[in-house]
Design a protein around this ligand. Structure first.
Ligand code: MD9
Length: 231
């Protein structure tokens, strides 16, 4: 077996977490590595999208190789997540921003979309009442969370934040520190002090403004979306 074949064998047996790392090693092997990842992505199209598939999609789309870009543009132009919405809300722009790792723009758009889910009054107010959040459809929250998760190597999304919050005994002060939303007694300043790339800590994005307290994020974490499998 050559080095690439060994890597591929490792990849096929690896957990999703280790697959994420092996993708980088496979890419380094050049043309044949790309070829393998392209086929892996294409043959997984009917599967539930994962951060591994999201990372491969992003690498192919952003490669310098015209063939890979053409493959993406011809076969899977809209991305690997089918953005379900009970309210017929369009999440295609959010998907494109996240594919392109435009995390700051995606963060802003996510707040816009949450207000769109909540309705006209929230759209005018530009922030959410916790009572509105508890009425959100599961499908729309699943979609937003999945988009963030799939295109961030599993780092971002509300479900990631919620897991950290649970692991800290539902203590928001601990959560803010873990997410680097707060440093000691000092709140992180929006937008300049937040970290808008994958060097951020686990769960750093998307942001929920804590200006009006924790009721909004608390309602988000209490939502049935995180304890129900399907919409
Ligand atoms: C995480 C404690 C994402 C006075 C921008 C979106 C928004 O306005 C300016 C408000 C205005 O209308 C925005 C985000 C965050 N903040 C703001 C994120 C964030 C996180 C923790 C905190 N914030 C905590 C926090 C506390 C007080 C404030 N914030 C004040 C504050 C003010 C504004 C923003 N924050 C914006 Mg913050 O001009 O919702």
């Amino acid at each position: 077996m050559n080095e690439l074949e060994t890597l591929i064998e490792k990849f096929n047996q690896a957990s999703n977490k280790n697959k994420l790392k092996l993708v980088d090693d496979i890419i380094e092997k050049g043309e044949e590595g790309f070829q393998f990842l392209r086929e892996f992505l294409f043959s997984s199209q009917q599967d539930v999208p994962t951060p591994v598939l999201g990372k491969i999609y992003q690498l192919l789309k952003h490669s310098n190789n015209q063939d890979y870009q053409n493959f993406i543009n011809d076969k899977i132009p809209q991305g690997i997540v089918k953005p379900e919405s009970s309210l017929n809300i369009d999440y295609s722009e959010l998907q494109q921003l996240l594919i392109d790792k435009e995390y700051q723009k995606a963060d802003v758009l996510t707040r816009v979309k949450l207000c769109e889910i909540a309705g006209e009054k929230a759209q005018q107010r530009k922030w959410l009442y916790f009572t509105e959040i508890s009425k959100f459809p599961i499908s729309d929250l699943h979609t937003i969370d999945l988009l963030w998760n799939v295109y961030s190597e599993g780092k971002f999304g509300y479900s990631v934040q919620r897991k950290i919050w649970l692991s800290q005994g539902k203590d928001f002060i601990e959560l803010w520190t873990k997410l680097k939303w707060k440093n000691g007694n000092r709140w992180t300043k929006y937008p300049q002090e937040f970290i808008w790339d994958l060097s951020a800590p686990l769960g750093h994005l998307p942001l929920s403004n804590q200006l009006r307290g924790v009721r909004e994020i608390d309602a988000l974490f209490a939502h049935p979306a995180w304890t129900t499998e399907n919409a």
